[in-house]
Ligand binder design. Sequence first.
Ligand code: UD1
Ligand code: MG
Length: 453
Amino acid sequence: MARRCLAIVLAAGESTRMKSSLSKVLHPLAGRPLIGHVMETLSRAGVDHAALVLGRDAASVEKAAARPDLPTTTVIQTERLGTGHAVLAARSAIEAGYDDLIVVFGDTPLVTPETLAKARAPLSQGHDVVVVGFRTAAPTGYGRLLIEDGALVAIREEKDASDAERRIDFCNGGLMAIDGRKALALLSEIGNANAKGEYYLTDIVEVARARGGRAVAIEAPEAELMGCNTRAELARIEAAWQQTRRHDMMLAGVTMIAPETVFLSHDTVLGQDVVVEPNVVFGPGVTVEPDVLIHAFSHLEGAHVASGASVGPYARLRPGARLQEKSKVGNFCEVKQAEIGAGAKVNHLSYIGDASVGAETNIGAGTITCNYDGVNKHVTKIGANAFIGSNSALVAPVSIGDGALVASGSVITADVPADAVAFGRARQEVKEGRAALLRERYRAEKAARQKAK
Ligand code: UD1
Ligand code: MG
């Protein structure tokens, strides 16, 4: 029978060191709040229930954490009396009875489901407490793991540690698995007689051993257990996340010429043989089919790009941009909430918003869909095989039929039927010889002024 597991997520901290009006766990990593990453890991690890221990911004954190595939309850820790006290705030969830209990921190988002599984494994072999540790060259600030004969005998917090203990480089990563049937009894015995006067969750190791129980430490990579207390640490976590994800994408068949300059979101999907040139940013919600070329300095968000299309350089695809097969959106073009049909081209300096562009249509340089009247947004419909001359303004709502031709420089305010030509500009006049006459007059006037001085 599968062991049932409760995860307690500690996120009641004040986030003082972030110096932010936003709770720490709501700060984004790869375009999604930290807490969202933690919850995804829990769900992928097959946790049955999560209890969120929250303090500030509880309603927003609860919303950011919610997942349809993971039943979650929220408890509020009203006083911050330490990590041991925080876990006990979820007492009623623990009382519901689980085989395994895991404790994770809301600000440690890089932990993998595999490490959670490894942490739970010793519980089924009769251990009461499993602590996930890591080795580091910079242990300052972490609790140190005291090991004797392969067993974990205590965790010593930095402030309570002796000089010899501070030299230990094996640290508490904050991730813990506890026998779910014994957890309440063990947690209730934790006191606060220490340097900070807090209830330390870490004391559970000594409590369990005093009752004849067994505790063990397992090791995970430091990168997985990086915690986020400051914005500088948040940036380090982001860098680690990006590096891992780019690497995975390259192994899956994506070419990145300068991977360190490409920024991905948690949900970016790039198909096989996609080529990404330097300095490209993928905001949330982007899917790119195979064989797409994304030129340098492009910014994509909420966009779908079909196979064979080409984007950029310097293109901006905003939410709702849908590029069909083999279409092109080129330099300094912005596309928002618009479909660009198969083989259509929007090559230079255009804004296409709230619009549809039919297959094989050519949008000339500098074309603007005027979608906003200051109050409402309106739609522009352009058919297939149409040609929009350069520097045209299409004032929505307006539609342009299949095969129609719009003369360049037009301001189009009324619908254009299929196969029609529309001019929306002043007719050109030519005055033979007039330029030479004007020049002579201007020179004469200038000479007269200089003489008068
Ligand atoms: C803790 C560990 C330390 C470990 C380190 C790893 C304890 C006593 N110490 O120290 O051994 O090396 O994490 O990063 O556990 N929280 C609450 N309520 C509280 C106190 C904390 O919800 O009353 C939450 C915080 O929001 C945070 C987590 O618990 O998510 C850890 O608290 P923090 O104060 O960061 O503990 P550290 O001093 O880093
Ligand atoms: Mg911490």
